[in-house]
Design a binder for this molecule. Structure first.
Ligand SMILES: [Zn+2]
Length: 348
């Protein structure tokens, strides 16, 4: 561990901080050796046994350790007091949207009372579900803005906007980085002024600074995309990209991803129709017109896969390496394609 820290620290001689992670050690105390130790000193005690030399080593390099706070949330006060005050706590909460500390940031008072420097951590993307194709802009902005308000009121050391790429390394990636410009720009504005606007006002400002009109209608669609339907939204975003502005590729990628959302929704509906009527079909009781209709729907969905793959690949390739583009596209479309083909086989 110390060797690893030295190796990384050598590349950052002037950095005053060193992030030691130390989060989500949920399996702590499960192997036989650690289980014995945990019986003696408790899981939190075992955690401290591991972390104390790590903190000391980082401090001996003249750097302050930063750590995720989540394991400390279950610490007793006595246990918490054993964490050196030079350790900066990074308190992450990605799905809290109001700056009400008692209700939404319950551990903050304890950390501050104990004299810790606290960094907040919001999520600009990668916190709206492990299979998300796009960030939920409204939720991301409200999370960032809530943290900005809390940071100002409690004089926190700062706030970091995280942008997660996949929930675990065994899962397909969530939404690509390029989809996060609104919440990243919102982070810059909110952490700089610490007086964030409403998400609606911010999106309108973003649209104005992007070089187009404020466009209240588009702002509304970006924040509440479900209403007009994703296909319609994809079209509106393509038009926005074509109308000039600084970041056409951002709008084009969002547009392609809303095309994907629209197609997935359509495909799931078709699958449901086939599945529900399969018993009738197999019993030969489905009228020929219904059967033809089903066949056509399945074939139409299948026929659209190729074009969708081309569109997605083209837009993703502007900001992602080829291997990541291929992984993303395959993870979103190959499975549906397999299911549609199987259904097509069944209903002929
Ligand atoms: Zn162990």
């Amino acid at each position: 561990m110390k060797q690893l820290i030295d190796e990384v620290a050598a590349y950052h001689p002037d950095e005053p901080f060193f992030h030691v992670g130390a989060d989500e050690a949920w399996l702590l105390g499960t192997c036989p050796r650690c289980a014995r130790a945990a019986r003696r000193v408790g899981k939190n005690g075992l955690y401290l046994t591991h972390m104390k030399p790590v903190w000391q080593h980082v401090l001996s390099l003249g750097k302050r350790p930063i750590m995720w706070d989540d394991m400390l949330r279950r610490f007793t006060l006595t246990e918490l007091k054993q964490v050196p005050r030079d350790v900066v706590l990074m308190y992450w909460l990605y799905n809290r949207f109001e700056p009400d500390v008692a209700a939404n940031f319950p551990h903050l008072p304890r950390y501050l009372e104990q004299g810790f420097d606290v960094l907040g951590a919001s999520a600009a993307k990668g916190a709206d579900g492990r299979f998300a194709n796009l960030p939920n802009v409204d939720r991301r902005l409200r999370n960032v803005f809530a943290w900005a308000r809390v940071a100002r009121r409690h004089q926190l050391t700062g706030v970091v906007s995280t942008a997660w790429s996949r929930y675990t390394y065994l899962l397909a990636p969530c939404e690509p980085f390029e989809t996060a410009w609104l919440s990243l720009a919102g982070s810059a504005e909110a952490y700089w002024t610490a007086r964030p606007p409403s998400p609606d006002a911010f999106v309108r400002k973003f649209l104005r600074l992007d070089g187009g009109a404020e466009d209240d209608e588009l702002a509304e669609l970006i924040l509440r995309p479900g209403r007009p339907g994703y296909a319609k939204l994809a079209e509106v975003l393509r038009a926005r990209a074509a109308s000039g502005g600084r970041r056409p590729n951002y709008w084009l990628l969002l547009s392609a991803l809303y095309e994907l959302e629209a197609w997935i929704g359509h495909c799931q509906e078709v699958e449901k129709q086939v599945v529900h009527q399969l018993p009738l079909f197999e019993a030969g009781r489905l009228p020929p017109t219904s059967r033809n209709q089903l066949r056509q729907r399945v074939r139409r969905s299948l026929a659209q896969v190729g074009a969708l793959k081309t569109l997605l690949s083209k837009e993703l390739r502007k900001t992602l390496p080829r291997a990541e583009v291929e992984e993303f596209v395959a993870s979103r479309l190959d499975g549906y394609e397999v299911v549609l083909e199987a259904l097509a086989d069944v209903i002929g």
